[in-house]
Structures are given as C-alpha cells and as structure tokens.
Design a protein around this ligand. Structure first.
Ligand code: ATP
Ligand code: MG
Length: 617
C-alpha cells in the first residue's frame, strides 16, 4: 500500500481548470431560506443554489452542488485507489431474498424502501450493500490467491429515515462511498487488521484533504462485539452525535462506546444505607416508562432504579436472563452488558420474559430472588443506599414485580430478598452509557468532556458475520475451508458536503475550503457588456485555468450589490473584481472570502500569483 504525502494541493494541475460564465449555468440564489430549514448548511445550500428540495429528504443536486460532490468523490477515489481499493458499481435495486439470508430485512424494518415489482418479486433499494457484495464475491472469489481484496463504490443509497432533517445531513436518498474488504486472517500483511488500518489512514487523509476539522473516535462495534469500529466526526456544535473526550490523553469515543473510569464504592460499601422509609406499594396504571412514573409520583428520574431484561444465547452463557440496573436518568449500555456477561445477548422477548416471571415494565431488582437462572448487573451509581452528597439514606423508587405497581423507599439490604454482597447472582458492574463529567478511563483524576459532531465516516471490522450467514467460505493455502473475514467502510459523501458548510460559514454565506470549492476563483465583471472588462476577465480566466484553477465569471447584468452578496453567499475562496477604476490603473481588486472589508488593489501582472497564494497553492 502506498503511503502518500499528506501535503496535497487543493488544485489538480494535471488538467486545465474549468471556466464557466454565470449566465451560462444555473445558480438560482435566493434571499430567503426555506421555512423548514433550521441549520446553516441547509439554509445556505438552498439559498446558494447548490441543492433544491424535491420531497422530504430528497434533493436535486444543482450544478454548483454537483461540482462539490464530484470534488469530494474525486478525493475519496484517489485515496481509496492509493490504499489498494478497486472501484465497482453494484445495483441500487436489489432482491429482498438476499436480506433474508442475514435476517436484515426484519432488522431494517421501516427504514428499508421495499416493494414488489410487477411480477410480485420482493425488492428493495439498497441502504448499504453487505449482502449484495457477499453474493457477488461468493460467486467470483474462489481461491485464497485472490485475497486480500478491497472493493468500493460511490452510489446513491436509500433509507426511509423517520425524520429526514437538515437538508443533506440526513436524507432519504443520499450518496455514500461504501467499501468492503476480504481476508483469510486477522493478522499479517494480508489480514483484516492491516486492511482496517489502511482504511483508517485513508480516511484520515480524505478528511484532511477535504479541509475538515474532524476527530476519529472509538465506536460500538455492534451486536457481533469484540471487533473494532471507528467513526469519523466533523467537530461541530450543531452535530447530532455526542463524543466524549478525555482532555488529558485525547481519548475520544462516542457515547455508546466510551468507557468510564473507576467509580469506587461509596463510604460504607456497595448497597449500604438505611431505608429512607417503609416500603410503599403504589398503583401506577399504564406507566411502564420511567417518565410516566416520575410524572405520576412526582419524583425526579435520578431517584428511579431502572431495570432492563436481556436474554442470553451461546454455550458459555452464565444464566438464561440478565437484568441490568441503572439509575433512572441514565441509559443501559447493551455492549457493556454483553462484555460483562461474556456471551451474546438481546433484549428479552416480552412474551417469553413474562412467562418466566418478569413483570416487564414493572421489574424490580428483587426479581433476582424470584426468577430462575438470572444474573443481575448493577451499575455503581445505582448500587448504593446512601445519598452521599446529602449524607442521608437514598430514596429509591422502582418496579414491584407486579403489573401496574411500583414501590417507594426501596432499600437494597432490606428488600432484595437476598444479601447483595454474598449472592453470586449479583455483580456491581459499569453497564451504562458514559456522560459528561464521568471519570476518564485513561487518566486518573480527569473527567470526560462532551463535544458535538457529525458522523461523516464509519469503519468496521465485521469478522465473519456476513460470510457465515451467507455461506461464503473458500479453501485456504492448507486446503482448509475457511469463512472469509470482512471489513466494511462507509463515507457519507453528500453528508460531508453539508458538514463542511456547517463547519465553515459566516452570516453572509458559505466559506469553502479550496479543495471542495465548486470553483476556486470568482471573477466579477462590474459592467456586463463592457468590452475591456470582458477581455481582461477572459485573459485572467485562461491563465488561471492553465494552472488548474476552476473559474466562474460573474458576467450577469446585475447591480454590483447583488453580485457581491451572491459572491459571499456561494463562498468561493477568491474574488477578483474588474471595474473601470482599477483597470485604468492596470490593476484588479482581489479579496479572499475570509478577508474582511473591500479587498485590495493588485497590479494586473501579479493577479495570478496572488490568487494562487490565497488558494494555498
Ligand atoms: P446515522 O447514525 O447518522 O443514522 P449510520 O451510522 O446509520 O448513520 P452508516 O450505516 O454507518 O450510517 O453509514 C455510513 C455513512 O453514511 C455514515 O457515516 C454517514 O456519513 C452516511 N449516512 C448514513 N445515513 C445517512 C443519511 N440518512 N443521510 C446522509 N448520510 C447518511
Ligand atoms: Mg454509522
């Protein structure tokens, strides 16, 4: 795999830059933002004439928008190819039989665009392509000599998102680069670990070249567990995702994955503390949710003990059921429960759990002494009988193991039906999502800080999940049949465009980094139809184009005020203005998009070198 230098010119000087007249293309700028637009990227991309809404979560990519998408795709292609990937294109229209092999037709549920064709065949529009590529690979890859292999495509994807939002950030139709790698081992030069690292490096180069401020964070690997996963997040306050960061070590992970540092037992030990009052059984009809109970009983969520019941599977399962207990204002983390139990788990099937004795929705920690084959994991924040800050007994409300009833004043030592410290069915374990202010898992004394981000890329070690489910195995060098080991690697190409605007704009418009700008330089002709101005514009555009610079010439018959406002709105990195006053002095006016004020007069002969300088070439 070649290691390219990270120093990349934003301009490709192996080709002539494009030169386009504004009046020959379509850039429908608008003063008003659409009424449903909340985020800057949504408003500015529509107002700047980059995209136009067709229906919820579906957009036209207009000429400017498409130019940016092509630039992102080109960077992605160059880096994927440099890392050994080969581009292909799989169909977006796929037969649902494929998803039945992996059970993902059910898993996707309503997210899947699914329909019958005229012959009654069940079909779907690809939300991602693991099944399709495994189907292709199991028919085409027959020898270990063909591996390792990395195949990718840049394609339109479909997900019927419940709430498409923020323009291109969450669409129902969007452009994704998805790559899949195939290996026969985890380690060694041909193994998944090396293939994954190469993708991690390629992603780092891609987002650096795009000019984005981003972080790579550890992410939850999903139900298969064990394997690695990273998300690439554009750092941005308006992002949907929360990232937790240790300020001392730089450790960064998403909320689901983030470990929590040591939380020592409170003074007096786990579970210790006097009851806050007599156990009080209260009628709470139709209140299976924490919020409903809290409202009805007028208690705050941190006083609730929340219980979540899981079912285990696999031969080494220590019990049939697992009950995770956390404080009511916190969230159970399935991955942490799974790792603690040491086998595969899934949320309990409600009917089966009820048959086993769980009053689902009203389960209390005391269920541990009422049901067969159960293991209970209690998060440290829940495993106490003391309100340490107030120095008094902890007031807990929880279920009563009976439908439509809760109990107040639950006490671990009095009401559990067994001694929590000596029971081998009960363990104190960190089983909740991390949150801001939690102790850092990497530096004693440091606390985690929260930051917001937009997920633009996601890489996974899949292992044999799909190849096992779909029977994709080949003979290795020792003539042993082996499941093919896979990785998958996604980039939201259209989301990256929006994330870039989200990160880089001001009140007047977009500020494109040179590498993604639809054109690098805007030449504004002050007087449409003026021969001298048109002539100089053409000459400058030619010279810039020869150096690989893309140029847009604003040749419209519009007032200067309109042209300058539009220039700021579409946000090209450099503006060259040609007016009579400047040209009389054999000069032009030059302004970087980020520069305040009017711009400066530059001798005509220096215009090209100053443009290149502003572009960082
Ligand atoms: P999210 O959590 O934002 O819904 P995801 O984790 O389901 O995304 P992946 O399956 O990891 O998405 O897809 C790979 C990449 O595709 C994501 O990192 C993201 O950049 C992009 N992507 C996913 N869903 C959308 C969407 N609805 N609109 C635009 N881009 C998307
Ligand atoms: Mg993802």
């Amino acid at each position: 795999m070649s290691q390219q230098s990270t120093q990349h010119s934003p301009i490709t000087n192996t080709r002539r830059g494009d030169v386009q007249g504004w009046s020959q293309t379509l850039i429908p700028t608008a003063r008003e933002a659409p009424s449903d637009a909340e985020l800057p990227s949504h408003k500015l991309l529509v107002r700047g004439g980059f995209i136009r809404r067709v229906t919820a979560g579906v957009y036209d990519y207009l000429p400017l928008g498409w130019r940016v998408l092509r630039k992102i795709s080109q960077i992605v292609r160059e880096e994927m190819n440099a890392a050994g990937g080969s581009e292909l294109l799989l169909p977006a229209l796929c037969p649902t039989e494929l998803l039945k092999e992996t059970g993902r037709a059910e898993m996707y549920g309503d997210l899947l665009f699914r329909f019958e064709d005229r012959h009654g065949r069940d079909s779907y529009l690809g939300p991602t392509h693991e099944e399709v590529i495994v189907e292709m690979a199991r028919g085409s890859i027959t020898s270990y000599k063909q591996l390792p292999l990395n195949l990718y495509q840049i394609q339109t994807k479909y997900r019927d998102e419940f709430r498409p939002r923020a323009g291109l950030l969450r669409g129902r139709e969007f452009i994704m680069k998805d790559a899949y790698s195939f290996h026969l081992s985890m380690d060694g030069a041909a193994g998944l670990d090396a293939g994954y690292d190469a993708m991690y490096q390629a992603y780092t180069r891609i987002f650096t070249r795009c000019g984005l401020d981003f972080s790579a964070v550890e992410a939850e690997a999903g139900p298969i567990g064990g394997s690695a996963s990273h998300e690439f997040m554009v750092n941005c306050e308006s992002g949907e995702d929360t990232i937790l960061v240790c300020p001392e070590t730089g450790y960064a992970a998403n909320v689901e994955k983030c470990e929590i540092g040591e939380r020592p037992a409170p003074a007096g030990g786990w579970f210790a503390g006097e009851p806050s009052g007599d156990l009080d059984r209260v009628h709470t009809p139709d209140c299976p949710g924490i919020a409903d109970v809290c409202k009805l009983l007028k208690v705050k969520t941190p006083h609730m003990l929340k219980t979540v019941v899981f079912q285990t599977s696999g031969e080494n399962a220590p019990a049939k059921w697992v009950v995770a207990v956390v404080r009511g204002d916190q969230d159970v983390n399935e991955g942490k429960v799974r790792d603690e139990v040491g086998c595969a788990i899934a949320l309990a099937d409600a009917e089966q759990a009820k048959a086993a004795g769980f009053a689902i929705g009203y389960v209390s920690p005391a269920v541990v002494s009422k049901v067969e084959s159960v293991l209970m994991l209690v998060d440290p924040d829940a495993a106490t009988g003391m309100d340490v800050a107030k120095g008094k007994p902890r007031f807990w409300v929880t279920g009563s193991d009976e439908m439509d009833h809760h109990v107040k004043h639950f006490n671990w030592l009095r009401d559990l039906g067994t001694d929590p410290l000596s029971s081998d069915k009960i363990r104190v374990a960190s089983v909740r999502n991390a949150a801001e202010g939690d102790p850092s898992p990497r530096a004693p004394g440091a606390t985690l800080q929260a930051r917001r981000g937009i997920e633009v890329g996601h890489i996974f070690k899949l292992g044999c999940k799909y190849s096992d489910a779909m029977g994709f195995a080949i003979m290795d060098a020792e003539q042993q049949r082996q499941s093919v080991i896979m990785g998958c690697y996604g980039i939201g190409v259209s989301r990256t465009l929006a994330a870039c605007v989200e990160m880089s704009h001001d009140e007047d418009g977009i500020i494109w980094p040179a590498a993604l700008a639809p054109y690098h330089v805007l030449i504004t002709v002050m007087k449409a139809g003026d021969q001298r101005q048109a002539e100089v514009a053409r000459q400058l555009a030619d010279e810039l184009s020869e150096r690989g610079v893309d140029v847009l010439i604003d040749d419209r018959d519009e007032r200067p005020g309109v042209k300058f406002k539009d220039a700021d709105l579409i946000g090209l990195p450099v503006r060259v203005t040609l007016g009579d006053k400047a040209l009389d002095q054999d000069s032009v006016e030059l302004k970087g998009r980020r520069d305040p004020g009017k711009g400066s007069l530059v001798p005509r002969g220096e215009a090209i070198s100053r443009c290149l300088e502003l572009l960082g070439v």
